[in-house]
Design a protein around this ligand. Sequence first.
Ligand SMILES: [Ca+2]
Ligand SMILES: [Ca+2]
Length: 499
Amino acid sequence: MRLNITAWRRVVQLWRLAVLFLLSAGIAPGPWNMTGMAPRSYLPIAQRQSHQPNLLVNGSFETGNLNGWAASGTTGASNAEAHSGAWSARIAYARTSSAGMEADVLTRIGETYKFTGWVKIASESGSDWGGFRLEASSWDRKSLATSGPLLVAAHGNAWFKVALTFTATSNQTRVQIGYFGGPGRSQVVNVDDLALFVKGANLPPNVAINLTPNAIDRLPLTQQYSVVGDDPDGAIVHIAWDFGDGTHALSASGSRRVAIPGSYTATVRVADDDGAVISKTIAWSAAGGGIPSVTISTPAENNLAVHSATLAIGGRASTSTTNVRVSSDRDFAGAASGTAAWTAQVPLQPGWNRLLVQANDASGQISTAERIVRYIPNPPLRVSGLAESAPSIERWTPLELTFALENSAATNPQFPFDPAPPLGLEWIDGISVDALFTPDNWQTIYRRPAFLNQRYERALKNDQEWLYPSGDPVWTVRFAPPTVGVWKYRIEATEARGG
Ligand SMILES: [Ca+2]
Ligand SMILES: [Ca+2]
């Protein structure tokens, strides 16, 4: 027997992929949230502006009673809720014949009036036609204006303002407030700051707008927005926010997610029930800082060939970083030591190792950096542990050789060596291992490929055969000699070992 091992060496230029991925996580524009969402806008408590004299004698109920009103059902003054002051009127309709309050005011035929009031639906259950409503009707019981049914589905449970406009057709006009509908629904509703006055030239809404925070120094962040104010002679019926960063809202207030750095101007358009629209703007900005950054200083470049099975890797991360992790595509993951200056020891597998470094901050934002190194064991490639299945065999009987290959630099020993791998797949490098057999001192050569043979143990479980890998894969060659005699063989291994 003669054994000759040829370890083919190929010096290749290190290809420099210059791969450095800096991925910023979580900066895609997200949907903004609306909290306390209602299809129609409602506003926080605001001071009423002075306007025409109120023809209703007790519209704020601060007397603690319903003087000036005719009440029916479970209706009374309440200090459980108030839009302003301490008192409001509370109307509870629970499937009884009626619940409400009304008042008659002296009006001039042909004059246009406004009837405004704040409403808060404290509770509601069941369903039926109609609902709570505000209405103005003439002395002969013809409706002049009505709010229509006011339900939780459209108005929620917060205070909102209703404004009606009507032209009087009789010397007295009756305003009615209460439940008007079928008995299948129950509602408890508070009303406050009711006013009836002669309509003058329309006054526009008077509002202030807020964005908090408006100088954002880290992303993403939740920003609160609000419109605070009132229409002094009516009600605000539409609000449209254009935040300037491509997002919008139709509610007076809420919160939204800010994700894109920049300097912006938010515009709010507020419309009242008479069609006046005002526009307000507010500047805000979001700085892109805050997302952690990470760099790798050691090794300084990609595609480095190293000859040690352990690589020291290290670098720096921004101060907001709370931890740095290092992983490889070759079965390693672990935490680095330190953050602002971090280091880690990474065990390498032969061949190409892609190392991923992740830095994340307390809010889960992640940046990454990557290095690719190639581990080429320093000692030359060698065969060890060679074993033959038998010292002597009969013709046509397979001989099986098993052996180990030490110090291989192949990344994927299950693939054959390719001297010209496809562009981009250079790092999927393999190793070709053949056994050459000769019966006549290398005049005639039989070449047989070796393969990595994974052995299995068989087990019977529930009448089914299971195979379990047994040990590491073993290089194996099988050859059945076609002639009798004394044979020689040698093993050749070819791989790329880089430069
Ligand atoms: Ca009040
Ligand atoms: Ca107005």
